[in-house]
Ligand binder design. Structure first.
Ligand SMILES: NC(=O)c1ccc[n+]([C@@H]2O[C@H](COP(=O)([O-])OP(=O)(O)OC[C@H]3O[C@@H](n4cnc5c(N)ncnc54)[C@H](O)[C@@H]3O)[C@@H](O)[C@H]2O)c1
Length: 277
């Protein structure tokens, strides 16, 4: 248990991505600022504004690392590839939300070796990563199985066969779930780049993606995004079942993710007085 005091100067946050997560983070920061808490403030926003709108704090994505202390990447794997290293080189820390992109080991190494800013991972839509990381230090992680169940329509992708797409969209009577993928983390994040960040988070916490098996299930009755996680390790056997409400504006994302980002930011700002780390 660590006691910390809030720093005197605010942590200036830049948002890369003004979508479901970016907006959710901004709303929380602005609400805290209005309530008089200035430990974390919004200082820049860089995004493609698809609806033609903009933001009073808008800056070019190429510049965002120069106008804040930490950049929250909530724009997707491509944006992380293009802008991540530049943010770190400009001196800002980088909070990565599109964790699936880090299954590209070249990108992972590039971000780790860049600086002076430091890269951080956001726990995002799942918990238990602290226990998994501790178990990894204890001894070998033998096997992790992640079964992700989401509403079928949110899992439909171009690479699927017509039959599989039909089963996800219009399940036959009596069968309300269909397994649409089983395989490695690298393949999962390739096939579902917006939806399987949690598989990459498990692989990174375990320090080994080869022990992780991923299954993706589309359900006609699911109203939440559920992750059933089983871990066999030298330290013990663990089971987590996490059911998150989908974001109202992006059903492929879990609503909690924006809250996880803000928690990470408050931790970086040193304003969590008694925090789990
Ligand atoms: N770690 C987790 O558990 C977790 C959970 C949910 C979502 N995610 C990931 O977080 C990311 C954001 O999710 P979201 O739901 O907010 O997505 P979203 O589609 O609602 O928003 C993405 C935003 O980024 C912008 N954008 C895309 N490419 C850009 C670029 N190159 N430069 C600037 N802006 C760009 C888009 O215009 C949009 O405003 C996704 O990659 C998603 O997979 C991670």
């Amino acid at each position: 248990m660590i006691l910390t005091e809030a720093g005197t100067s605010p942590l200036r946050v830049g948002l890369l991505g003004w979508g479901a997560i970016g907006r959710g983070v901004a709303e929380q920061i602005e609400a805290s600022t209005r309530a008089g808490d200035r430990s974390v403030v919004l200082s820049a926003v860089a995004s493609r504004f698809s609806d033609g709108s903009t933001h009073p704090l808008a800056v070019a994505a190429e510049e965002i690392g120069t106008s804040c202390d930490v950049v929250v990447e909530a724009a997707g794997p491509d944006a992380l590839r293009v802008h991540g290293e530049r943010c770190l080189t400009a001196g800002a820390d980088l909070l990565v939300v599109s964790i699936g992109a880090l299954m590209d080991t070249r990108l992972l190494e590039q971000l780790i070796s860049a600086g002076p800013g430091r890269p951080h991972l956001c726990s995002g839509a799942i918990g238990g990563l602290d226990l998994l990381a501790a178990a990894r230090n204890y001894g070998p992680i033998q096997r992790i199985v992640l079964e992700t169940t989401k509403p079928g329509a949110t899992l439909v992708r171009d690479w699927m066969s017509d039959d599989l797409r039909r089963d996800l969209l219009y399940p036959s009577p009596g069968s309300n779930s269909v397994e649409c993928f089983r395989g490695t983390v690298a393949d999962a994040v390739q096939r579902f780049p917006e939806s399987l960040n949690v598989s990459a988070a498990l692989a990174l916490a375990a320090g080994d993606d080869s022990v992780v098996e991923v299954a993706v299930i589309g359900s006609s009755t699911a109203t939440t995004n559920t992750h059933d996680i089983t871990i066999d390790s030298a330290a013990g056997q663990y089971r987590f079942s996490i059911s998150n409400r989908p974001s109202p504006t992006n059903p492929r994302s879990s609503h909690i993710t924006a809250w996880a980002v803000v928690r990470s930011l408050r931790s970086l700002a040193g304003c969590e007085r008694m925090a789990f780390r």
